[in-house]
Design a protein around this ligand. Structure first.
Ligand code: HEM
Length: 193
């Protein structure tokens, strides 16, 4: 194997390291070097929206999770285009705005918009008669049978996988205190026995 100027190593270094006697080659390598160094400096010192910074991550609005009474939830029924569409499944309120074609006023499932849809999903029935009263207690679904629970659970998994949760469905405060006092009096009467 020859170690002369024609070895592969000599040819490779010939491409990278300019021949000092070849002025054109020196000039071209100089220009290329200038642009490479300039773009590295520009990338390191660049300011502006295209440069990643932790601040841009920290400043993202975090969707606030909140509690909705059935009446409050009903404001998100999709009738107002500028308001998101929410519906509740098993106590979790989901933002279903991405599917206004389903839940908007002319969609097939409009009755679920702004409502606790749990019982409707358990019964596979979107009629309003199945849904609970807006000013009544939150539906505890205690009377559902096994297959109705299975249906509801399947829907709950579907909604959890498709839509962002925005909060929880809660008892209206007046009813909550009534429920609490009911519970207390139940406990007290048990103690008395
Ligand atoms: C005539 C009977 C029905 C037909 C032909 C039908 C058809 C459909 C179709 C084609 C979809 C879209 C599926 C997809 O995006 O992959 C859908 C979704 C859905 N259906 Fe029905 N459906 C019927 C009855 C019902 C009933 C009785 C309920 C009541 C619970 C219901 C609740 C839903 C819901 C909640 C969705 C999901 C919408 C979403 O993606 O958010 N459907 N249905």
């Amino acid at each position: 194997m020859s170690k002369g100027p024609n070895t592969w190593l000599a040819r490779l270094t010939g491409y990278i390291v300019p021949d000092p006697s070849n002025h054109v080659q020196l000039f071209l390598v100089g220009i290329a070097g200038f642009f490479i160094v300039r773009s590295i400096i520009a990338a390191l010192t660049r300011k502006g929206p295209e440069r990643f910074s932790m601040d841009s991550v920290r400043n993202q609005p975090v969707p606030a999770k909140r509690n909705f009474t059935p009446r409050e939830l009903s404001e998100f029924d999709g009738k107002d285009d500028s308001t998101p569409v929410y519906m509740s499944v098993k106590g979790i309120v989901y933002d279903v705005s991405a599917s206004r074609h389903f839940y908007g006023p002319s969609g097939p499932y409009k009755n679920f918009a702004g409502r606790d849809a749990s019982r409707g999903l358990a019964f596979n029935n979107f009629d309003t008669s199945v849904l609970s009263d807006l000013d009544g207690p939150v539906d505890k679904l205690e009377d559902l049978d096994k297959s109705e629970w299975a249906s509801l659970d399947e829907w709950a998994t579907f909604f959890a996988g498709k839509y962002p949760p925005v909060g929880n469905l809660v008892e209206p405060p007046a009813l909550e205190s009534k429920e609490e006092s009911k519970e207390k009096s139940k406990e007290e009467s048990k103690k008395d026995q």
